[in-house]
Write a protein that binds this ligand. Structure first.
Ligand SMILES: Cc1ncc(C[n+]2csc(CCOP(=O)(O)OP(=O)(O)O)c2C)c(N)n1
Ligand code: SF4
Length: 271
């Protein structure tokens, strides 16, 4: 398949999409298909060797709108499927699209272990602080005090910082951006695709329907404004740190595995 224009990557037959008006997932899809079209046009990626993998959730529906091979898997399991894909065919570029519930609640174990192994995938986590698809239950990233269907008086729990979590587990490339920073998000996805190993992009995004409505940001524009005003690329008191949070080289999983197989083969030949 030759792709020169991002519009060729959209499955127009699937429109209208299921997302609510003003949903942050729209921005993420928009940015992703433009980056992919550019990479395909420049010959840096091959559309026939690019696979999108997702779990279950509003964010996990995004691959269904893209004209590429994709796997819409079970809730919390996209990284398990992605691991299988990379092991079966290391030539494939695997991009995982997940939500904060999918990645860090039911899929939390897969997330930390994929980071620990340094699995060769790019993970884009649409972090809207809530379970969007199932009506707005609390998630592991819901801020303390925020309201959800399961925390009607405010969330008493401290949230996970997903970037800190995967950095702690060993992820070598970690960035955080928001839907109020589409240009920076685009550059982050391009960087992640250029790298081998585990790249994690936490994308803070608005769910006006289930998070915003319960937390005084019913209008999606208010939440995008909130994201712009409450994040900073510097360490600033009271602001969420965005930017490249870690960028280090670490031997990727597949290289280590194939080197070990080669070592065993060579030693067996010598026996
Ligand atoms: C094993 C299993 N448990 C629960 C569900 C129900 N379920 C579907 S999506 C979802 C949460 C989605 O939240 P998140 O991953 O944050 O994505 P969002 O919809 O907010 O994009 C849940 C609990 C399911 N499909 N499968
Ligand atoms: S419920 Fe929230 S996350 Fe789901 S489509 Fe609507 S706005 Fe987006």
């Amino acid at each position: 398949m030759t792709v020169v224009d991002w519009k060729e990557l959209i499955r127009w037959d699937r429109m209208p999409h299921i997302l609510c008006p003003g949903c942050g997932n729209g921005t993420i899809l928009n940015v992703l298909v433009r980056v992919l079209a550019e990479k395909f046009e420049e010959g840096e990626l091959d559309p026939d060797k690019t696979v999108l993998v997702s779990g279950i959730g509003c964010s996990s529906r995004l691959p269904g709108y893209v004209k590429l091979d994709s796997l819409h898997t079970t809730h919390g399991r996209p990284l398990a499927f992605a691991t299988g894909i990379k092991l079966a065919n290391p030539d494939l570029e695997v991009i995982v699209i997940t939500g904060d519930g999918d990645a860090a609640a039911i899929g939390g174990n897969h997330l930390i272990h994929a980071a620990r192994r340094n699995l060769d995938v790019t993970v884009i986590c649409a972090n809207n602080y809530i379970y969007g698809m199932t009506g707005g239950q609390v998630s592991p990233t819901t801020p303390r005090g925020a309201k959800s269907t399961t925390t009607p008086y405010g969330n008493p729990e401290p949230p996970f910082d997903l970037c800190e979590l995967v950095i702690g587990a060993g992820a070598p490339h970690v960035e955080r951006w928001t839907t109020a920073h589409p240009a920076q998000l685009s550059a982050a996805i391009a960087r992640a695709l250029e790298r081998e190993g585990f790249s994690f992009i936490d994308v803070l995004c608005q769910c006006p329907t289930n998070y915003g409505r319960r937390n005084d940001m019913r209008d999606p524009r208010e939440m995008v404004k909130w994201l712009r005003e409450n994040t900073s690329t510097r360490d600033e008191e009271g602001k969420i740190r965005i930017g490249i949070l870690r960028d280090e080289e670490r031997e990727p999983f597949l290289k280590r595995m194939y080197d070990m197989i080669e070592e065993v083969r060579t030693s067996e030949e010598g026996d």
